[in-house]
Each structure stands twice: as structure tokens, then as C-alpha cells.
Design a protein around this ligand. Structure first.
Ligand code: ZN
Length: 216
């Protein structure tokens, strides 16, 4: 697997600093599992971040701080809570990292001709939705923009747009400034893990007709 497209450096910095919400974290971590180059960068950033923290003068903890942390760890929103295990439903998705297989997922839903979507339920609330998108060979995705950002990790198959060609392991980051006209150019289905915030806006007449049908 040769990876040509990586997350922007700011995103890796935010990942290393623990600033991403869970949905964003899942998308970047999915890329990191297959990308030694980005894993090395994140390790370096974490090391530098640790040195900066070590240089800071110690601060006294407030009274009750430890109890508050323990209460959060035990609470329903705890990041340490064991995610629901459904797994079997995601076992048939090629290229999905094992940690994502631990999450539960809904059924494949039709969202547009030759395109199906499968929502992944994260164990804690996240402003970023995560889903799988499966597109048949030859699918031309309707030109669209979005109001937030969109991160796509290619699991299998490939697509092409003005920003280049994206195959397994590649990471595509769209921040809503680009118009996307995407073509699935692989002989097999293209399956991506997508993390998205905001709304998708379809351009053109067919897009406006389809817009009410599409809930991404
Ligand atoms: Zn990478």
C-alpha cells in the first residue's frame, strides 16, 4: 500500500495534543494505523509536547480535583467506557482497522444512485459524524460543497478529483472551500470511512432534486 495523501500537519498536531473530538480522532487514527510516516510525526510531536509540559512550573491541584477526575472516569461519558460490541456487522468491511470494528454500526442505506452509507455509532457523543460510504465503480458523485469539513480515509477502491488520485490508505481533507466532482475509478467498490461536520450542499439541478433525499 503506497500512501500519497496525508492529513494536514495542523490536524496531526491537534491529534497529538488531544484536541480532536472523537469523530475526528477516529478518522485520523484510521489513517495512522496504515501510515508509518504520520505515526512517526505524531510520536515526535507528542515527545516535543511532553518536553514543553515538563518545563512548565508545577501548579498545586485544587481541592477535590482528584475526586472530580475519578467521577468523570466512572461516568457515562467516560472515554474509558467500553464501547458496545457489535463488531460482526463491520467484520465484512475490508481495510477497517480493528479498533473501529469494536463500534456498532447501522445497516447500509441507499443515499444516491450507486452510493450507500452506513452510520458508525460512537461510544461517546461527538459533534463529528462518522460513517462508511460505499460507491460502485464508475460512480460520478454529484458536484458538492459542504458547510463544515469532511475527512475521508480510503479503505478499498479508489477515486479521483481535482486534488488528485486517492487509493487505499490515502486521506482526503476538504474544508468546504472546494467544489468536489468525484469519480470512482476503481474496478471494485470504493469504501471510505468519512468524518464530517456541517451539511452537504449539492450543486446543480439534479443535486437540488436529490438534496431532500440525502441525509448524511
Ligand atoms: Zn500519513
Amino acid at each position: 500500500m503506497t500512501i500519497h495523501h496525508h492529513p494536514p500537519e495542523e490536524l496531526l498536531v491537534a491529534f497529538a495534543a488531544g484536541l480532536l473530538d472523537l469523530g475526528q480522532h477516529v478518522a485520523v487514527a484510521t489513517h495512522l494505523v496504515g501510515c508509518p510516516h504520520c505515526r512517526a510525526m505524531v510520536r515526535t510531536m507528542e515527545h516535543v509536547g511532553g518536553l514543553v509540559l515538563a518545563d512548565l512550573p508545577p501548579t498545586a491541584m485544587s481541592v477535590g480535583a482528584l475526586a472530580a477526575v475519578e467521577a468523570r472516569l466512572d461516568g457515562p461519558g467516560s472515554s474509558l467506557a467500553v464501547p458496545p460490541r457489535v463488531g460482526a456487522g463491520l467484520a465484512d468491511v475490508p481495510g477497517l482497522p480493528p479498533f473501529v470494528r469494536e463500534y456498532s454500526a447501522g445497516p447500509w442505506r441507499w443515499i444516491a444512485p450507486k452510493v450507500h452509507l452506513r452510520a458508525i455509532q460512537l461510544p461517546v457523543a461527538s459533534a463529528t459524524r462518522v460513517f462508511l460510504l460505499r460507491s460502485r465503480p464508475g460512480t460520478k458523485m454529484i458536484e458538492h460543497t459542504h458547510t463544515g469539513f469532511e475527512m475521508s480515509c480510503v479503505l478499498s477502491g479508489s477515486f479521483v478529483h481535482a486534488g488528485g488520485h486517492f487509493g487505499p490508505g490515502d486521506f482526503d481533507f476538504g474544508d468546504g472551500t472546494d467544489d468536489h466532482e468525484i469519480m470512482i475509478d476503481s474496478a471494485e467498490d470504493c469504501i471510505c470511512l468519512v468524518a464530517m461536520q456541517g451539511d452537504l450542499k449539492l450543486n446543480g439541478m439534479i443535486g437540488r432534486l436529490l438534496q431532500p433525499l440525502i441525509r448524511m
